[in-house]
Structure formats: C-alpha cells, structure tokens
Design a protein around this ligand. Structure first.
Ligand SMILES: [Zn+2]
Ligand SMILES: [Zn+2]
Ligand SMILES: [Zn+2]
Length: 281
C-alpha cells in the first residue's frame, strides 16, 4: 500500500499567511520540509483521504491529475479537510475525460456538504455513501472501517482503518486522544501503518480532546504497542502540524529519534508493502 502525503499542515497551513511569528518567518525564508500545505493523503494513487484547499496544486506538484481517483474518504468537514467545491470540476461538461464515478464516503454532514456544492450531479460522476461508526464497508479491493475520533463538539469525526491484501493502515486524525470505544475496537488489530496528528507540538496537555501534542503521540504509540497493534515492521508517521506547535521539522525529528516515528512532509511516500519509506524530494 502506497501512502503519498499531499499535505501535512493543520488548518492554517505553514507558514500561516496571517502570521509573522518567529516560526512562520523562519519557514518563509527557508523553503523545504517546513513549508506545509493542508493535510491529505493519496493511497495507491486511487483513494484520497480528505480534500485540502491546495488540492489542485498538491497534485500538480506531484506530477499527478485527479482522473484516476476512485474514492474520497472524508474524516470531517472542517475547511482544511473539506474543500469539496473543487469537486465541481468533475461534473459533466467540466471534467471532459471522466468515465467512472467518484465514490465519496463520510458522515451525514459531509455528504450533505457535497450535495450543496454539486447541484444536479449525476450518478455517473458521483456516488455517495454515508458511513456509520465501526461498520466496515468494501470498495474494490479495500475494506474501510470508520472509527470514532475525539475532535469536534458537534460532529461525528472519523478515523479510518483501511485494509487491502493483508496490509492495514490506521489514518488517525484529526482526533485528540482516541475515545475508549475506538481503543476497544483496535485491541489486537495488526496495524502495518499508523498516521497520527501532532497539531499541538510541544504545547498543550497530554491525552487532550480535539488535537494531540507530541506527548500524546508517544502515549498513543505506547498504547497501540500494549494492545498488540504494532509489530517490528509497523510504520508510524505524524502529520497535521501547526506553527503554534513550536517545533520545526528537524526539531520534531530529533524529538522522535529512536521512537520509530516518521515526521511527515509534503511529498513523503511511505510504502507499507515494502516495509520502508523513501524521500521524494
Ligand atoms: Zn484539521
Ligand atoms: Zn506563525
Ligand atoms: Zn478538524
């Protein structure tokens, strides 16, 4: 299973255009891994998780187009994850070479949000699936299970367990410290890949609601280990980073040294089938 990070920032992006803090100023003058667009990943070139505000530019940067994407999984409808207005470009008369529908998976709020911006869509272009927490569904070779996150007060936000040909990925953000129901469901599940958020960086408190900091990421890794989810080949990466977290890429890497934790960047590819990852840039 190939996981391509299209973006790795939290809601403001890094640098935040409305900020001149030391972090943002440093990132402006040093192009590289610290410049981050909003979080999204592409799996095996066909399954997109969340659609970021920079979606078009992310694909262009990676030398890709969106025509081969068959599935869109939505974690929740915060604007940094839910730029569904861009899907209008896939409507009849706009996407001129589309010959398959895009399957869109999410909670009821996500589905209704898509309906708002895709008036008059046809089933030849879009097929919607409303997901229920902990109920697995199949799409092609993939088995998808939405798990509960602990993120927004008035929305049922999802984490996703994605399985294909014996390989499994937990896409675990935006999340906060996972709800007990999710921990119970995960017990004993073998995870080859785990992607978590680290929005609060070195700030915030451990096991908080809404978002995670670095201490919480370590605690998640420890608990996954304790409940039998991780094996020596499991790969874990952190993403969804904010300038308010205080740690630059190199500092995050140093903080994660020896912990089998990869700090994601825009363009990182992790190949779970091969059990290794490589730098794209
Ligand atoms: Zn977010
Ligand atoms: Zn800033
Ligand atoms: Zn969010």
């Amino acid at each position: 299973m190939k996981i391509q990070f299209l973006g790795s920032a939290a809601s403001e992006g890094i640098p935040n255009p409305f900020c001149r803090c030391d972090y943002c100023q440093k990132v402006r003058s040093h192009p590289g891994k610290d410049q981050r667009s909003r979080s999204s990943v592409l799996i095996d070139d066909v399954m997109l998780i969340d659609i970021a505000p920079e979606f078009s530019q992310q694909l262009l940067r990676e030398g890709l187009d969106a025509c081969g994407i068959t599935d869109l999984l939505v974690t929740h409808t915060h604007p940094d994850h839910f730029n569904v207005g861009d899907l209008y470009a896939r409507m009849e008369g706009y996407g001129l070479t589309i010959d398959n529908p895009l399957h869109i998976w999410g909670n009821d709020r996500a589905i209704n949000g898509c309906m708002d911006v895709l008036p008059g869509y046809s089933d030849a272009r879009f097929i919607f699936h409303r997901l229920i927490p902990f109920v697995s569904v199949e799409s092609g070779e993939y088995r998808i299970t939405p798990l509960l996150a602990n993120h927004a007060k008035w929305e049922t936000c999802f984490l996703y367990l994605i399985e294909k040909e014996g390989v499994s990925l937990l896409y675990g953000h935006d999340s906060g410290w996972y709800p007990e129901l999710t921990w119970l469901w995960l017990e004993g599940k073998r995870l080859d890949g785990v992607i978590v958020e680290c929005t609060y960086g070195q700030h915030g408190v451990i096991r908080s609601d809404n978002h995670m900091n670095l201490a919480t990421v370590f605690a998640v890794q420890e608990r996954l280990q304790t409940i039998g989810c991780l094996h020596p080949g499991s790969q874990m990466a952190l993403s969804h980073l904010s300038h308010t977290g205080g740690l630059l890429h190199a500092e995050l890497e140093a903080a994660c040294a020896g912990k089998n934790l990869t700090v994601a960047w825009d363009g990182l590819v992790i190949n779970l089938a091969e059990g290794g990852c490589h730098d794209r840039h």
